[in-house]
Design a protein around this ligand. Structure first.
Ligand SMILES: [Zn+2]
Length: 592
């Protein structure tokens, strides 16, 4: 039925279209605001929608390209451009684009009004889809990364952010949620009701969201200006308690770190019966797989409540990193995922004893180093120029190597300076977009240090640099650093009579003058660097293990495990009885 309908609409178009974009929209028409009304009955496998899209045509155009997939638009849209009111032919092209053909060439502000139909699949986990839970039907959405086009004709590009004003008409027994706060609910004559949501801040299409169904709502303790709720399938409201408590605990910590109050008004956490991701950070309406968010009353324990907080910390961290400031293109998805991963570790560290800071992040780094050392690895940053390439952008390298690079930058530049740089990065790009270069510029402005070579070495290049150090105290006291490759590595060290110092190594070797001749030096101080230290027998034997921090000892254990020399085995044997369980376990595993 759909195929027949598509060819019918195609036949209505008069005149030949120019070729469609290859993947990215041309950017010469930009959205100003979307106003949408959807008719959704979760028991039905299709929906209808009507939209007004305010756009600005930046250079003369007779065709406006939108994205659209599995949508059946009506054959004509009406377009208003200044005093001109016109009918425009609507054509589906390659099932990724919708062409709006104007009767002439136009520029400037215009409003496109169009109607369409779409599907609510009960198998897929993309676009808007349905699932039945205990006999009741629910509609959920997942638009990440390029699936909003399955529900709205839209500019489905990260850099084309715009506010969304959404209304949903649904049978009266249902509830509906979206990114914005509900403003009105009006009964309509045909047994339906119309729920209107407040216009959002500018959002990328992939983070627009809604849900419809007979949900239960667990109200979190009210906290300042931000109402928070956990939304569960009917009859499961009490299972949202731990998630609600976690959200109340985390929000002020994130506000304190970023220095910016929560930017999206209300914050709901909604449990999905099925999804392709564990969670998606939609502003104001974060969605999670139910099993990742809900805990049955009486079964809460340290591990399962911590897991909920950890995941929420990631998704709530995104409200600033990714949602408020969005990467301009998918090649910089790390600006969203790495920051959310890194800040969730920071939030969880606040629950740990001070000495345990970074242990979890260092373990994450070690796991991703295993991937990054393999020939199958790929850089953190990679271009996305097709639907196929878009499917692999949310991969562990972007999350975990990216977050390990942030840990290294923080260790190198200093915690406070790094935080201040991030605060200005967030402020300067608030509700807009940013790139890796923008981040580099902010870091340089705030700290005076040019991080660009380091960002390039670790984000655009694969593999783990290896660093060696040698103390020489013959004609003068100095530390000679060597690496196998040519990466720009911030190497931080400290030792006997040497306070923590960081040097940027940007060639195969570097000599650093020391004021005294230290009996030992530890070559990844703070344990924050994304590199391996290749320990020679003599400097390793001189290391006073008891003077290293837990983060340094864990890093040392991993480095020694990677290169198990006889000298390494001696130190690993001592680390087997470390007071921190991760360190003792790593040493024991290494010696097996
Ligand atoms: Zn994420």
């Amino acid at each position: 039925m759909r195929a027949a309908a598509l060819s019918f609409f195609a036949a209505c178009v008069v005149g030949a279209l120019p070729p469609p974009p290859a993947f990215h929209l041309p950017g010469d028409v930009v959205p100003g605001k979307y106003t949408v009304e959807l008719n959704i009955d979760p028991r039905r496998d299709a929906f209808t929608g009507s939209m007004q899209i305010e756009v600005n045509i930046l250079k003369p155009a007779s065709v406006i390209w939108l994205n659209g997939k599995n949508l059946i638009p009506e054959s004509t849209a009406s377009v208003v451009n200044g005093s001109a009111h016109m009918d425009a032919a609507v054509q589906v092209v390659n099932d990724e684009f919708i062409a709006i053909s104007l009767p002439g060439s136009y520029t400037g502000r215009s409003t496109i009004s169009l109607r369409y139909r779409g599907i609510l699949d009960d198998k897929a986990v993309v676009g808007a889809y349905r699932r039945q839970v205990e006999g009741e039907w629910y509609v959920y959405t997942t638009f990440t990364p390029i699936e909003a086009r399955r529900v709205f004709p839209c500019f489905d590009e990260l850099r084309l952010k715009a506010p969304w004003e959404i209304s949903i008409r649904t049978p009266r027994g249902e509830k509906a949620f979206s990114n914005g706060r509900e403003t009105t609910e009006t009964d309509e004559p045909d047994g339906t009701k119309l729920i209107r949501f407040a216009a959002t801040a500018p959002l990328p299409t992939e983070l627009v969201a809604f849900a419809v169904g007979p949900f239960d709502v667990y109200q979190a303790r009210s906290l300042g200006e931000t109402p928070m709720r956990v939304i569960t399938p009917k009859g499961h409201g009490a299972e949202g308690k731990a998630a609600a408590e976690a959200a109340v605990n985390l929000l002020p910590k994130l506000e304190a770190y970023t220095g910016i109050p929560y930017p999206f008004g209300k914050l709901d956490h909604l449990a999905l019966a099925d999804a392709g991701f564990a969670a998606v950070e939609n502003p104001g309406l974060i969605v999670y797989l139910a099993k990742e968010l809900l805990i049955a009353p009486g079964t809460e324990n340290r591990e399962n409540t911590r897991a909920v907080r950890f995941l929420e910390a990631h998704e709530m961290g995104h409200q600033w990193f990714g949602d408020m400031v969005t990467q301009a293109d998918w090649n910089d998805v790390w600006l969203s995922e790495a920051f959310a991963t890194w800040i969730s570790e920071k939030m969880m560290d606040q629950e740990e004893a001070a000495g345990r800071t970074h242990l979890s992040a260092i373990a994450t780094r070690e796991r991703i180093m295993g991937v990054d050392a393999s020939p199958k690895t790929h850089p953190v940053r990679a271009d996305v120029n097709s639907r196929e390439e878009s499917l692999s952008i949310y991969n562990r390298i972007a999350y975990d190597k990216g977050s390990s690079v942030l840990l290294m930058l923080e260790g190198w530049l200093g915690e406070e300076k790094f935080r201040d740089a991030l605060r200005s990065y967030l402020r300067d790009h608030r509700f807009a977009n940013a790139s890796t270069r923008d981040l580099g510029d902010e870091l340089k402005r705030a700290t005076g240090t040019d991080t660009a070579p380091v960002l390039h070495s670790f984000l655009d290049v694969t593999g783990i640099p290896q660093v060696r150090g040698q103390i020489q105290c013959d004609r003068s006291n100095r530390l000679i650093l060597r690496q196998t490759g040519a990466a720009a590595i911030p190497v931080c060290y400290r030792g006997d009579g040497v306070s923590q110092t960081c040097e940027l190594m940007d060639g195969p070797s570097r000599e650093v003058a020391l004021s005294s001749c230290p009996s030992w030096i530890y070559l990844n101080s703070g344990g924050t660097g994304y590199y391996r230290v290749a320990w020679d027998a003599k400097p390793l034997a001189a290391l006073p293990i008891e003077k290293l921090t837990p983060a340094e000892r864990l890093t040392l254990a991993y480095d020694l495990r990677a290169r198990k020399t006889a000298a390494a085995r001696l130190v690993l044997a001592r680390l087997q009885s470390d007071e921190q369980p991760e360190i003792a376990e790593t040493a024991r595993d290494a010696l097996k």
